[in-house]
Design a protein around this ligand. Structure first.
Ligand SMILES: Cc1cc2nc3c(=O)[nH]c(=O)nc-3n(C[C@H](O)[C@H](O)[C@H](O)COP(=O)(O)OP(=O)(O)OC[C@H]3O[C@@H](n4cnc5c(N)ncnc54)[C@H](O)[C@@H]3O)c2cc1C
Length: 471
């Protein structure tokens, strides 16, 4: 490859960038700076040296080469949703992919090509026009990039698997600025690592993803007062594990809002919401979802047929940009009485009315993908639990973070081990090694040695090239 950037030449790194970079460059003196550096989690008020708003893979390459030559750290911004705020760092170059949001659907081949800065809603809007969808997360303003590279749980995961299981190919800008296409035939090991390995192996400028057919769904939710939690969750456990892949059931402990179907007496108090979504023929839905509520009757229910787009939009307003967030998450082996009692206590002690404790039974198609096909670990984890603190006042930071930490720590006895890489926040050394397990961790480190030996792309939950479990 021609060496476009010769630091010893008369051109400074800045001149190189201005010559080779086509998109907007935003610095601290620009009016757009505060808007563009902001990420979803308002806790992370960081000031990058430069924001390179890329408009092509060539722009990404130029920005990476500039940062390396200038000796600056790099962060990559997809949708900006990572709870740890890994898209932005003080004094670094933020490689902002948010202008790279074009989507091209090939309905005949059941494929979508989505640029690296797409949000889930960009992809859904294009594919749903053809009655197709790539299974992804449950909040439409999440970034496709970070979500796919870390895994991608969502409503359809039990039926079709994770988002990363649908990744067929990727255009990747490597740490040295080279642009490659990773497929099953070329850079196949890199493709393996991009399927859930966490996103430090290269910058993906285009994802090629498999699509699945989707139609209207039957949605059924019920609300229980906290006093009913033991009985209702015992039923949830029995129900969820007995279902086939067309049914996905979730549970959430959160404050009951002022929706018309929620009884006045429950509003403004922590309550348990159980939800079942049926992905088979909607006409059969009530028969399949009603048994979740038969043994422990909720105080009220809401049951209707939704389009997939409506289902995806349900979570869009609950976690707005700019609020303060702290999340701890773990896998659980089982929802035993002991675990349920701890979850109920956590809900009772919630310091903010905006927070929630969410958990759901996983398995289904997630576990059907052979381990060798992706870097995504712990496919057989039975339950995932997330203790999500959300608040608005900086003065409440410590109380909310402590609540979230305590909420998962008190589940230690029932934890399955590992964690979902996309939900990691402040972690102890060695946590990423625990997430992947020794063999996967070393395989990912070997990929880093090959594709990013100088660890240029380190601004995320990182696996350094010289893998050491405590790094
Ligand atoms: C409200 C909300 C709802 C969520 N719901 C779900 C859910 O339903 N299911 C689920 O699995 N997860 C969910 N998540 C977690 C989500 O998967 C992670 O937060 C993920 O990191 C978001 O990706 P992003 O591109 O928006 O993040 P960003 O903060 O932009 O990026 C995070 C990291 O990902 C890497 N990255 C991003 N894009 C690229 C790219 N194109 N190429 C290379 N590296 C890249 C970078 O290293 C970056 O540091 C949710 C998060 C939020 C905030």
């Amino acid at each position: 490859m021609t060496d476009l950037l010769d630091p010893a030449s008369r051109n400074s790194a800045e001149q190189f960038l201005r010559h080779h970079f086509q998109g907007p460059l935003v610095g601290p003196d620009d009016t757009a700076y505060d808007e563009v550096r902001a990420v979803w989690n308002g806790m992370h008020d960081r000031r990058p040296r430069l924001i390179a708003r890329c408009t092509s893979a060539a722009d990404v390459s130029a920005a990476l080469r500039y940062a390396t030559a200038a000796g600056l750290a790099v962060t990559v911004r997809g949708g900006g949703h990572n709870v740890a705020g890994t898209a932005v760092a003080d004094d670094a170059v933020m490689i902002d992919l948010s202008l790279l949001n074009a989507v091209e659907v090939d309905p005949g081949a059941h494929l979508v090509r989505a640029q690296g800065g797409c949000l889930l809603r960009d992809v859904d809007a294009a594919t749903l026009a053809h009655g197709l969808v790539c299974p992804s997360g449950v909040v439409a303003h999440t970034g496709l990039g970070g979500l796919t590279l870390g895994g991608g749980y969502g409503w359809l995961a039990r039926k079709w698997g994770l988002t990363c299981d649908h990744l067929l190919a990727a255009e990747v800008v490597l740490a040295d600025g080279t642009i490659v296409e990773a497929t099953e035939d070329q850079h196949a090991e890199l493709l393996w690592g991009l399927r859930g390995g966490g996103g430090n192996l290269g910058i993906v400028t285009r994802f090629t993803l498999r699509l699945r057919p989707v139609g209207p769904v039957h949605y059924h939710t019920g609300v229980h007062p906290l006093a009913d939690v033991p009985e209702a969750l015992a039923r949830y456990r029995e129900f969820a594990v007995a279902q086939g892949p067309d049914l996905h059931a979730t549970a959430a402990l959160k404050q009951a809002g002022a929706h018309s179907w929620i009884p006045e007496r429950l509003r403004g108090r922590p309550a348990l919401f159980l939800t079942a979504v049926w992905f088979g023929d909607p006409a059969d839905g009530p028969r399949h979802t009603a048994p979740l509520f038969s043994a422990a009757a909720p105080d009220a229910t809401d049951s209707r047929v939704l389009s997939y787009a409506q289902l995806q939009a349900l979570g869009d307003h609950g976690e707005p940009h700019g609020h303060r967030y702290f999340t701890k998450s773990c896998y659980l082996t089982d929802l035993t009485e002991g675990a349920v009692a701890q979850l109920a206590d956590t809900a009772q002690e919630m310091p903010s009315a905006l927070s929630s404790v969410d958990f759901e039974y996983l398995r289904g198609a997630i576990g059907d993908v052979p381990d060798a096909e992706s870097a995504f670990p712990r496919r057989d984890a039975p339950y995932i639990c997330t203790v999500s603190a959300q608040w608005t006042d900086r003065a409440d930071d410590e109380a909310n973070a402590a609540w979230s930490r305590q909420g998962t720590a008190r589940l230690a006895e029932w934890q399955y081990g590992g964690a979902y890489v996309n939900y990691l926040q402040d972690e102890r050394p060695g946590r990423v090694a625990e997430v992947y397990g020794a063999a996967r961790y070393e395989r990912l480190a070997a990929l880093k040695r090959r594709y990013d030996p100088d660890n240029v792309l380190a601004g995320n939950q990182n696996i350094p090239p010289a893998a050491h479990p405590h790094a």
